[in-house]
Design a protein around this ligand. Sequence first.
Ligand SMILES: NC(=O)c1ccc[n+]([C@@H]2O[C@H](COP(=O)([O-])OP(=O)(O)OC[C@H]3O[C@@H](n4cnc5c(N)ncnc54)[C@H](O)[C@@H]3O)[C@@H](O)[C@H]2O)c1
Length: 348
Amino acid sequence: MGLKIGFVGVGGISQRHLGNASKRDDIEILGHADIIMSRAEAAAETYGGRAYNCCVDLYENEKPDAVVICTPPYAHGDIEEEAAKRGIHFFVEKPCAVSLDLAKRVKEAVDTHGVLAQVGYMYRFAEGVLKAKELLSTRRIAMVQQHFYMPGMPAKPWWAKLEMSGGQLTEQSTHMLDLGRFLAGDVVAVTGRTARVHDWTPEPGAPVSDSGLTGAYPGFTIPDTTALTLEYASGALGTLSCSMVPGTQWDNGFRIVAEGLLVTIAGGNVSWAGEEQGSVAAGDNWASYVLYDFFDAVIEGRDATTVPYDEGIRSLAISLAGYASQEQGGAVISPQDLIADVFGTALG
Ligand SMILES: NC(=O)c1ccc[n+]([C@@H]2O[C@H](COP(=O)([O-])OP(=O)(O)OC[C@H]3O[C@@H](n4cnc5c(N)ncnc54)[C@H](O)[C@@H]3O)[C@@H](O)[C@H]2O)c1
């Protein structure tokens, strides 16, 4: 038989991963755990396997080789630890946590039990991104400009709360910050400013949205607009801007200015101009590659995944450095110092 897997958290994004996992003949889906039992049951009905409302029951009864964890950013820790101590490898959606303290707990479990862990930074796998990495590897990068704009907030209760989602900067823009690290190397200094420019207060008595994007949500405590400046270890500078105000246009991407080349990334599509010119469109179902690569790592018994847990920690630390800078009136914050403060040392 093939690789035996389970799913933990079968809400929005898990549907993509369930669909992709079910397309592979070498994957057997044994079960699904969600604190909302009806979601676990619906996943079991569509994709096979049994339904659970607790990940430990899934682990104990089904004994999967690996699990795909798609819970919200705040709901991490026990799920990964319980998997790791049973020798169950895991894929975890980004961001891997909302705090470095929690990420430390999970990293210790991963290291202690020697399981494979992959963080779902899917942009790293797009064909065009890999071509951009090759083109940039021989050139000096000057500027990395990144953005993520969204016409509203996903209508999920946890998104509206800073301690649960980490806000757009941690929850969503982490994709861009991680891709910047992948293409241009580590970020060593961050300054950040956050703002709330839209009034998110719902009209009295108005129904609370429960799907799509919304412009009003009760208990909204996150910024809707953020600007970071970034300094890379190479000496390159960068910016990240993100905003989620209603009515704007959805847009996320990059421009990288390097000697002899301007690289533009829009979603999974990449183009470049300057001394050379070209483009690579995102392949069919390119967003599946990060999950398939994890499955292959487990099946092949690789020593490490392509996006190991430590990489999730490094990218998370950039978002947290942005917030720390805002809290300290625009101070320059080193993500490595934040990591060292919590871990007692730099990551290996
Ligand atoms: N890579 C991408 O493009 C992408 C896109 C969307 C979301 N995501 C990430 O995926 C994660 C989940 O986002 P979502 O939009 O699917 O959220 P969601 O709220 O739609 O789904 C999360 C599910 O987890 C369940 N859950 C919560 N706590 C649990 C627990 N302790 N045990 C078991 N189940 C639990 C919830 O009941 C829910 O069904 C987030 O980290 C998000 O950033 C990634």
